[in-house]
Design a protein around this ligand. Structure first.
Ligand code: HPA
Ligand code: ZN
Length: 327
C-alpha cells in the first residue's frame, strides 16, 4: 500500500526548502552564481547538521534573485507537491529572501508568487497559502520588518505569521514585539519550538508569543504536564517526522514522539518541512508512519482533518478542501 494518491493537507513547509536540487542548479547556471558546497557529487543537498543546513539553505537562496525566480519556484514546488496528493499546502515565506524586509519590494515578490499559485491551482489542483516568516537567527530587529511585511499584506494569500531559523538563538520573548505586531493585525500565529529546544522552549513560546500552532514541538513529550497543557489548549503541532529523523532531532522512526503525543490527545499534523533536503515527500511520511505505527487510512484521514481545522485559510477555502478530502 502506498499513500501517494490519498489527498493530503500539509501545514509546514519552507518554500525555498522545497526547491528541487535541479531547479537551484539551473538558476545558478543561468545567473552564474557560485553554489560550490551546496550539493554532493550525486546532486543532493550537502550539509553536516542543522546549523550547516541553515548555511547551505541560505547559499541555495542566493540563486533566487527576483520575483520571477520565486514565480518559477512556486510552480515547480506545487507541481511536485500535487504529485504526492497534497491538495492544500501552507508554506513559510521570508521577506528576508524577498527584498530584504522592504515592504514595497515584498509586495512585488508576493504578486509573482500569488500569480504562480493561482496558475498552479488551475494546472495541478492544489491550493497554496503563505505564512510570512521571520528568521530567528537574524535577530529580533530583523523580525520587526518581517512582521510589518506580514501585517501589510495579510489577506487572501498571506494567512499567518511565524518564525523559523535557528531555534536556540535568543528566547521567544525577545521576539514578542514582532509577534505582537502580527497579532494586532489579527493574524494567526505559529513558531518553530521544541525541535532543538526543550519543553521550556515550547512553554515560553506559548506564553510569550501566544501562538496557535507550534512548528515541530516534539520535545514537549519530555514534560507530561506540558503535554496535558497542549492537549487541553488544543495547540496544534506541525510535526515533521522525516525531517526529525534525517536531522537526528529524533533517534529514529520507531522512537519518534508523534504517536505518544497523539495518544495523549495532542493535535498533531504531518508535514515534510524541506522535502528534498531531508529525502522525504508526503507519500514517504504517510508510508513510514503506516509501517512504523500501523496507522491506517482512518488515521491519516483524522490527521488530514486536524490539519484542515488548523489551517490558517478563509472559510471558503476550508469548505472547498473539506470536499476534496471527502472525495
Ligand atoms: N527549520 C528551521 N528553519 C528553517 C528550516 C527548518 O527546517 N528550513 C528553512 N528554515
Ligand atoms: Zn520548519
Amino acid at each position: 500500500m502506498t499513500y501517494q494518491v490519498m489527498p493530503k493537507v500539509e501545514l509546514h513547509t519552507h518554500l525555498e526548502g522545497c526547491a528541487p536540487p535541479s531547479f537551484i542548479r539551473g538558476l545558478a547556471k543561468e545567473k552564474s552564481v557560485d553554489i560550490s558546497g551546496v550539493f554532493n557529487a550525486d546532486g543532493s543537498y550537502s550539509y553536516r547538521d542543522f546549523d550547516h543546513f541553515l548555511t547551505v539553505y541560505e547559499a541555495a537562496c542566493t540563486t533566487l534573485q527576483g520575483p520571477q525566480d520565486f514565480y518559477r519556484l512556486v510552480k515547480a514546488v506545487l507541481e511536485e507537491s500535487a504529485s504526492h496528493g497534497v491538495v492544500y499546502q501552507e508554506t513559510f515565506l521570508s521577506p528576508d529572501f524577498c527584498g530584504g524586509g522592504d515592504v514595497e519590494a515584498w509586495r512585488d515578490y508576493l504578486a509573482a508568487m500569488e500569480t504562480a499559485a493561482a496558475e498552479a491551482e488551475a494546472e495541478f489542483d492544489i491550493t497554496l497559502k503563505g505564512i510570512v516568516t521571520a528568521i530567528r537567527h537574524f535577530g529580533p530587529d530583523a523580525a520587526k520588518p518581517a512582521a510589518l511585511c506580514a501585517a501589510e499584506t495579510f489577506g487572501d494569500f498571506i494567512t499567518g505569521f511565524g518564525m523559523a531559523g535557528g531555534e536556540l538563538a535568543g528566547r521567544p520573548g525577545d521576539f514578542a514585539y514582532a509577534f505582537d505586531m502580527a497579532r494586532e493585525a489579527r493574524m494567526p500565529l505559529t513558531c518553530h519550538a521544541g525541535e532543538w529546544g526543550g519543553p521550556d522552549m515550547v512553554a515560553d513560546t506559548l506564553r510569550d508569543l501566544k501562538v496557535q500552532r507550534i512548528g515541530h514541538g516534539i520535545n514537549a513529550v519530555r514534560d507530561p504536564a506540558l503535554v496535558d497543557q497542549l492537549a487541553e489548549a488544543g495547540t496544534v503541532l506541525e510535526v515533521c517526522p522525516g525531517s526529525n529523523v534525517f536531522l537526528k532531532a529524533s533517534g529514529g522512526w520507531d522512537q519518534h514522539p508523534i504517536k505518544t503525543l497523539r495518544d495523549a490527545g495532542v493535535k498533531v499534523t504531518v508535514s515534510t518541512d524541506d522535502p528534498p533536503f531531508f529525502g522525504t515527500t508526503m507519500t514517504h511520511e504517510f508510508n513510514m508512519l503506516s509501517q512504523t505505527f500501523g496507522w491506517e487510512e482512518a488515521d491519516f484521514k483524522d490527521l488530514n482533518q486536524t490539519a484542515l481545522n488548523a489551517a490558517f485559510c478563509d472559510a471558503e477555502t476550508h469548505t472547498k478542501i473539506a470536499k476534496r478530502l471527502e472525495a
